[in-house]
Design a binder for this molecule. Structure first.
Ligand SMILES: [Zn+2]
Length: 324
């Protein structure tokens, strides 16, 4: 048997980045399943959404953005605490870094372990890792809603907490005037879900209900293509929910009959494979996803901290006899 390469450590092929203008002054950069980022113009400032994994990676995005606008970045909004979304923050020279209050807590509690873990799982995303000056900490946090008036006739950018989901502290950025939603990792379009820090039951029910209730007509998910119609948005949300409810059904059934974690992994893999198996990071994520859901269904409410060591243990237990 050939061992499957750990997580995304063997994924070294560069992805094509595409900058899209979703409305006047509203930008999304997608990257064939790598983490997406965005930016929204105010009258005399910019709001950047997500920061990528390193300042060098973030600067490449800013070079693309600077072909369209030279406004300074006043706010850098980070949807959640994961290293590949936040450690490039210093490149933006933002006046204010904004997160949910729970994201502040998670960075303090486990930011360093998450950095080490994600670097091991996805080394390609950490372009020139030595350029990271340290952990990214927010300047401003909120618990429910934070509204940023964009000035002039531009309307508001509304930052919203929709409930526990991909992490305890995900937020979305909503432009009601354009009905455009930056959903972070709460919604993925044609990329597998990472649920290693997730709250599957909340996410698959009330949290996605709240995301859907916004009525977006364009949606930028955490990874994958932009959904560009109300129907495409609904499909992306439904597909995300389906991934979660399939996991809940499969892991729940194995648990109910007294089976093992490995059996839960194999059953979940089989149930998801036809629809999701060829999408980015499916094999990478699934051992961590099933491990977390197993904990959640065992009564572990607050996710255990992933460390580089624990990553390898879970991988060896669940994925090492891989078909690759
Ligand atoms: Zn994430």
């Amino acid at each position: 048997m050939t061992a499957r390469a750990f997580a995304s450590s063997a994924d070294l092929a560069q992805k094509e980045q595409t900058l899209e203008l979703l409305a006047e002054g509203v930008y999304a950069l997608t990257a064939e399943g790598d983490p997406n980022v965005g930016a929204i113009e105010g009258e005399d400032f910019l709001v950047a959404f997500e920061a990528l994994a390193t300042p060098v990676a973030a600067r490449e995005w800013l070079v693309r953005l600077r072909q369209h606008t030279d406004k300074p970045v006043r706010y850098l909004v980070l949807s959640h605490y994961h290293a590949v979304r936040v450690l490039g923050a210093s490149a933006f020279d933002a006046q204010v870094i904004v997160t949910h209050e729970q994201t502040r807590r998670l960075i303090t509690e486990r930011g360093q372990q998450d950095w080490d873990s994600e670097f091991g799982r996805m080394p390609r995303l950490f372009k020139e890792p030595g350029s990271i000056p340290g952990l990214t900490h927010p300047d401003v946090t909120f618990t429910d809603t934070l509204t940023i008036p964009l000035g002039g006739e531009r309307g508001d950018l509304v930052l919203r907490y929709c409930g526990r989901g991909h992490t305890a502290g995900d937020i979305v950025a909503w432009l009601p005037r354009h009905r455009i939603l930056f959903a972070g990792d709460l919604v993925e379009a044609q990329a597998a879900l990472y649920t290693g820090d997730a709250f599957h039951r909340d996410w698959s029910t009330t949290t996605l209900d709240a995301v859907g209730a916004l009525g977006a007509e364009q949606l930028v998910g955490g990874r994958g293509a932009v959904a560009k119609s109300a129907g495409a948005v609904a499909a992306a949300i439904a597909q995300t929910r389906g991934f979660l409810t399939t996991m809940l059904a499969e892991v729940g059934a194995v648990k109910a009959r007294g089976g093992t974690l490995k059996e839960a992994f194999d059953a979940t893999h089989a149930a998801l494979y036809d629809q999701f198996g060829r999408w980015p990071i499916f094999e990478h994520c699934l051992p961590f996803d099933v491990s977390r859901l197993w904990d959640e269904l065992s009564g572990v409410d607050w996710p255990r901290i992933w460390t580089a060591e624990r990553d390898r243990e879970v991988w060896d237990q669940l994925q090492s006899d891989g078909q690759g």
